[in-house]
Write a protein that binds this ligand. Structure first.
Ligand code: DP6
Length: 359
């Protein structure tokens, strides 16, 4: 079942009877996997509606899923949020409660809910992506409150929780449309969503994740991108180059050209980090071990392997390579960065409902 929803960008939101059961019972459970952007989302043009400055394109993974249950609690005073079994308070609770409020508005409902969300990311790995979290929450909350099971609408909804989450609705490659032509606000909200992207059948990739032992947690991606947009002189030029990267990436995926996909991926990510390094004050996520991993990726290429790096708002390095060479790439990275743990990921499925009756 895990492979469902990956093939040819097929959308899989669970069995229709699960949605029927959930709508009646006020209780639903969903699973979503993280996605890693090959063309990055970095910067919003509209904070309130979570509208990005440019399109982005990602690969949904088959590792580190988030499972989230939502149960309506008509008698409760407010929303309760459990993250990894612990009661969330403060901003973490508020962000989920704000999202539930949005779902209630759309559904015309008022009942508070209990949210129970669990990540499978190793603790402290710095990979607890908000993408899988809000994708799973969007699917479970929509089902529990009786909203329609339309993947496009759920992608839009997940976007409001965390931008990158809209791409985790879909398996494999997905593109999030910035919908610049629609302007901003509610008009753009209707059309800014992710869609599956077709890739050549022969393009079989893996993403080798180098989990670097991080130091103190850096700035959140939300705050970091806000500062970059406001202060970095390199931001606009990067957005302009990212638009070209996306066009070339679509062509490279369609042609199944792994080297081109990798080159575009790596330059787009390094360019994004350059915008942050030029922000005032600078935002720097790269740690010494990240640079060691980047050197190891270069060395792999010198040995003739197609291996290309990407990095997000943290020190971990993700290496795109051919599926058939993933174990070789992983072994080289383990040797180069002995203190890191290295995980091989492959394309994974889109978010889906797994139970409609609270099981
Ligand atoms: C570097 O989606 O976490 O991972 O919309 O403010 O919640 P918010 O930001 P978020 O940013 C992700 C940034 C990134 C690049 C990407 O995933 O495209």
């Amino acid at each position: 079942a895990a492979a469902q929803g990956v093939a040819a960008g097929r959308v899989c939101l669970g069995e229709p009877q699960l949605w029927a059961a959930a709508a009646g019972s006020g209780c639903a459970v969903a699973v979503a996997h993280p996605n890693i952007a090959l063309i990055k989302y970095w910067g919003k043009r509209d904070e309130e509606w979570v509208l990005p400055a440019a399109d982005s394109l990602s690969l949904t993974l088959d590792v580190f899923p988030t499972t989230t249950g939502v149960r309506l609690a008509p008698q409760a005073a407010g929303d309760r949020v459990l993250l990894g079994g612990q009661e969330a308070t403060g901003p973490a609770q508020a962000r989920v409660a704000d999202f539930l409020h949005l779902v209630r508005e759309l559904a015309g409902r008022r009942e508070p809910a209990v949210v129970d969300s669990r990540n499978t990311v190793p603790t402290g790995a710095g990979l607890a992506s908000s993408a899988s979290g809000f994708a799973a929450l969007a699917v479970a909350a929509a089902a529990a409150y009786g909203l329609a099971a339309d993947p496009a609408a759920l992608s839009r909804l997940a976007r409001r929780g965390s931008g990158s989450a809209c791409r985790s609705l879909f398996g494999g490659f997905a593109q999030w449309h910035a919908a610049l032509d629609a302007g901003g606000g509610a008009a753009a909200d209707r059309v800014s969503l992710a869609e599956p992207v077709p890739a050549a059948a022969g393009l079989e990739v893996a993403l080798v994740i180098v989990v670097v032992n991080a130091g103190p947690k850096a700035v959140s991606s939300r705050a970091a991108m806000r500062r970059t947009v406001a202060t970095s002189p390199l931001y606009r030029p990067w957005v302009a180059s990212s638009v070209q990267d996306l066009t070339q990436m679509r062509a490279a995926l369609a042609a199944g050209d792994l080297n081109a996909v990798g080159e575009i991926t790596e330059r787009n990510a390094l360019g994004m980090h350059a915008t942050m390094l030029a922000a005032r004050p600078a935002v720097r996520y790269l740690a010494p071990a990240s640079l060691t991993a980047l050197d190891a990726v270069l060395a792999l290429r010198e040995r003739g392997l197609a291996a290309y790096a990407t990095m997000d708002a943290g020190p971990n390095v993700k290496v795109l390579c051919a599926a058939g060479q993933a174990s070789q790439v992983a072994a080289a990275l383990r040797e180069a960065v002995p203190q890191a743990s290295v995980v091989v990921a492959r394309p994974g499925p889109g978010a889906r409902l797994v139970a409609g009756d609270g099981r």
